[in-house]
Each structure stands twice: as structure tokens, then as C-alpha cells.
Write a protein that binds this ligand. Sequence first.
Ligand code: FE
Length: 202
Amino acid sequence: MDLTVLFTISHGVYLTGARDLDNRLVGSCIDAVMVVEASPAQILVSLNKQSYTAQTVLKTRRFSLTVLSDDASSDLIQLFGMNTSRTTDKWLTGSYTLTDDLPIHNDAVAGLIVTVDSVSETSGHYVLLCSVEQAIPGTMKNPLIYHDYQNRKRKEKIMSETKKWVCSVCGYVYDGEVPFEELPEDWVCPLCGEPKSVFVQE
Ligand code: FE
């Protein structure tokens, strides 16, 4: 069985938001959300059992969902996806608005407020059937698709691993679209005007 096949079943990228029992705003980044009923609106949401936000939501039975836009920053996704709300404040002042006392990120294509109707469990996840209490349109951008986000991350990794051409005179780092090797011989450093020959690879 080739489990990479499962990555072809794509979905969006979402932030969850909730208030824990100490009234702190908590949240996580998830990808498994599915609309299962339009009227009355119900969605299925899968949350990792280890997640502090999942454990919070099981108690409070309410949370928000931010549908991220396709230009949501990787930093934002990593902040919510790679840290625990147990110790990290993810909802930064000014980055969200409150609806029914729950946070929806400003970079949202849409925001939802949901309540938990029922919970099923797999070995690693809580699968929540939720009723949509509020559905708020956001920016007019496209939603971020998980598959596209994976591709973007792959490109960013390649870019960060590629050696950079740096001007040895002024420190300017070349970041143009054209590969450095293919620049014409009379190309000069845009910062200090020195020739291509003074650039070194770092
Ligand atoms: Fe230079």
C-alpha cells in the first residue's frame, strides 16, 4: 500500500481558536475539515489528541475556525502548527478580531464559530461533528489548499538550501529570478556598482 496516495486527497489550511478554562486564547493549525451538511450547516473537524487546543475544545465544546488565504505566511502557519498553546501565545494582538468572544485571524477568507455536537475517536484524533453557529465572509482572496502549501514549503526549503551569491564589497545578496550564473558579464552589483566578478558563493 502506498500511503502517499492519501496526500492527493487535499483540503484547506485552517486555524482553530478557543478559550481555555483560564480564559486564555488558544489555537492550532489543522487541515482536516469537511462540510457534511448544508442545512442546518454541519462540519467534521479532526483534531490531534495531543493538541492542547483539542483538549480544551473537548471541555468547552466551542471554537472558531479561520479559513486561511493562499497568501497566508508560512510563519503564521508554523506559529500555530509547530508550537503548543500550553506555553505559546499564538493569537498576537492586532492579528485577529473577536466574534462571540472567539478569535478569527485577519488573514481569513472566512471565519466560522462552531459548537461540538458529537465526538468520535480514532487512535490519534478526536473527530468532531460540529454545528456552524456563525459564518463570516473575510477577504476576497482564494483559500489556501493544503497540497499547494506543501509545494510552497518544498520550494522554500530548496531556496534556503541553495548557496547564495554575495557581493564581497558591500554584502548585497543576489535574489533575482534569473540564476546568477546566467546574468550578463556586464551586470553590476545594484548596491555598489562593482562587477559580477566580485561576487562570491556563500
Ligand atoms: Fe556590492
